[in-house]
Design a protein around this ligand. Structure first.
Ligand code: ATP
Ligand code: MG
Length: 255
């Protein structure tokens, strides 16, 4: 093998393709390995679907196991939702390729029969202990924390939120995971809910659902990506029967 091919192999291993059609093209082939990215957007923008598609593609296209930390939705519901896209999460869990942490049921006071349950609502230490145990079980390469906003409300202090999210993102990186952490925004012009979340992550992906007369237009942007070049444009995307499809050669000017 000549040196050019060797270089290409190294570059490939540094990048973690999301496998989401069109998205990797706007960020030079994918996310940077072992880094944590914020996935920010308004309610219904498509953050959860994007994050779950990233995990599903990791397992089915790239042989990378995945951990999903569900703080906002019960795992039972998520398994049902993703069936619409043809994704069979139960089968992947049975094969030991996907592990889901139920960090939602305890918080809302309903019983959970999940294999992995966070028993103390929003105790960062106990959540990280669970993630470490899950990682020992399945040796994952990708993770999704969906999401950070309820953690933020529990801590209720931007300084604490900043340090706790930094601990979480750094722990995920040390565990060898390339991760997405979702973040709700209520103001289309804001990058995050508490104003600190994007500072503790290596990059920020923004998802928009903007009103254009009688339509809603979905668009996505790589807002920040430490250590990499990326598209500076806002690109439209659709949610189809097969999940999210980004249009990297089209631009939106009015997000
Ligand atoms: N099977 C489907 N086909 C097409 N569009 C869908 C399908 N399922 C969901 N959607 C669209 O995706 C939206 C929800 O996406 P998602 O749950 O990823 O949003 P979110 O950004 O995580 O929202 P939240 O902040 O409320 O959690 C729905 O409002 C709907 O418009
Ligand atoms: Mg969501």
């Amino acid at each position: 093998m000549n040196s050019k091919n060797n270089d290409e192999d190294i570059m490939e291993s540094i990048r973690v393709p999301t496998g989401i059609p069109g998205f990797d093209e706007i960020c030079e082939g994918g996310l940077l390995r072992n880094r944590t990215y914020l996935l920010s957007g308004t309610s219904g923008a498509g953050k959860t679907i994007f994050g779950l598609q990233y995990l599903y593609n990791g397992i089915t296209k790239y042989g990378e196991n995945a951990i999903y930390i569900a703080t906002e939705e019960r795992p039972e519901q998520v398994r049902e939702t993703v069936k619409a896209f043809g994704w069979d999460f139960e089968a992947l869990e049975e094969e030991g390729k996907l592990a889901i942490l139920d960090a939602c049921s305890t918080k809302i006071g309903v019983p959970s029969h999940e294999k992995y349950v966070d028993v103390r609502p929003f105790d960062m230490r106990s959540m990280m202990d669970q993630v470490i145990a899950m990682q020992e079980d399945i040796d994952a390469k990708r993770a999704l924390v969906d999401g950070t906003t309820s953690i933020g409300f529990y801590l209720n202090d931007p300084a604490k939120i900043r340090i706790e999210l930094l601990k979480l993102s750094t722990t995920l990186e040390i565990l060898g995971l390339t991760s997405l952490m979702t973040c709700e925004v209520i103001d289309q012009n804001a990058v995050s809910r508490f104003g600190v979340e994007s500072f503790v992550t290596e990059g920020t992906i923004m998802m928009y659902s903007t009103r254009a007369e009688s339509l809603r237009v979905r668009s996505i942007e790589m807002y920040k990506m430490r250590g990499s070049n990326h598209s500076q444009s806002i690109h439209p995307y659709d949610i189809t029967a097969a999940g999210i499809v980004v249009h990297p050669h089209e631009e939106i000017y009015t997000a």
